[in-house]
Design a protein around this ligand. Sequence first.
Ligand code: ZN
Length: 291
Amino acid sequence: MTGRQLDLFPADAGVRPGVPLRSQEIPLIPAPPAILPLRPDALPAGTRWREVVLDAQTLGFLLRRSRRKSIGLVIRDDGLLVQAPAWSTLPQIDQVVRDKAGWILRKLEERAERLQLLALQATQWRAGGAIPYLGVRIELALDGTRAVRYAGDADAPRPGDVLSLPLPEDADADRIRDSAGAWLQQRARIDFGRRLDRFLAAAGQSLEGWGLSSATGRWGSCTSDRRIRLNWRLIHFQPPLIDYVVAHEVAHLRVMNHGPAFWRELERLQPGFKAARDTLAQHSPDSLPLI
Ligand SMILES: [Zn+2]
C-alpha cells in the first residue's frame, strides 16, 4: 500500500473502566456473561493455560513468558493475561495472582459487562453454539445436505436467528469456524460496502478502492491515495460501532490527521459518535473470539 496511512486505535486494549452506552442508542444484549474466563479453544501464540484456586472458585488465565523485569497482569477480552519473566517460578506467579485476586475479579466483572454489551462472550464452534453478528447472538446449525442459509433477515438480525452451515453434523470446530468465518466475511463485504456508500455520499467524497483487512491491532485505515481498509471482524459489532469506523475513515478523505477539523467532519458525518468511539477503544481486534 502506498501513501500515508493512519491507524485507527492502538493494538493494546489494555485495562480501562467500562464506559456504559446509553441504551437508547445501542440496545443492551440480554445474555448474562460468565465472570470467570473459560479456557479458549485455541490459545493465543506463546501462551499456556494455568489455573489458580481462590477461596471458592478456580481462576484460569493465560501465561506468557516475556523479557519483562517483573510479573505483569492485564485484563483482555479473552480474560486475564499474566506476563512473567523467564526466571520467575510457577509458585511465584500463582502467588502474584492470589495477592491481586480482588483487583483481578473486579476487572473481570467489568470485562464481562463490556462483553455483554457487545454480545461477544462464549463463542462456541458447534451446532447450537452462538456467534456475535451485528451485535446480536445468532445460533449455528449444521446441515451438510444444503447450501449455507440464514433463517431471518441477515441485514437486520434478531437474537436467536439461525445460521445453517453446509457441514456434516460431526464436523470439527476448525471446519465450523472456517465456514462461519467465510460467511461473516461475505456479509462484511456487503454490509460495509453499503455503509461506505452512505458516508461517502454524505461527505461528498469518492474512493480509489476499499477492501477488508484482518489486520491485528487496527479496525480501519485510510491512505492519502484514497483507499480504505476495514477490519472484517467489525461485523461482530452493533451497527453504530461499525458506522463509527467507516465514518472515521471517510472523514480522513477530507482531513488526514486527528486535528479539530477532523473531529468536526466526523461529527457532521456521525453526530454523537463519541459513545461508539469510547466503546470500541476498549476492544482490540486481537482479542476477538477465535476466528
Ligand atoms: Zn484516524
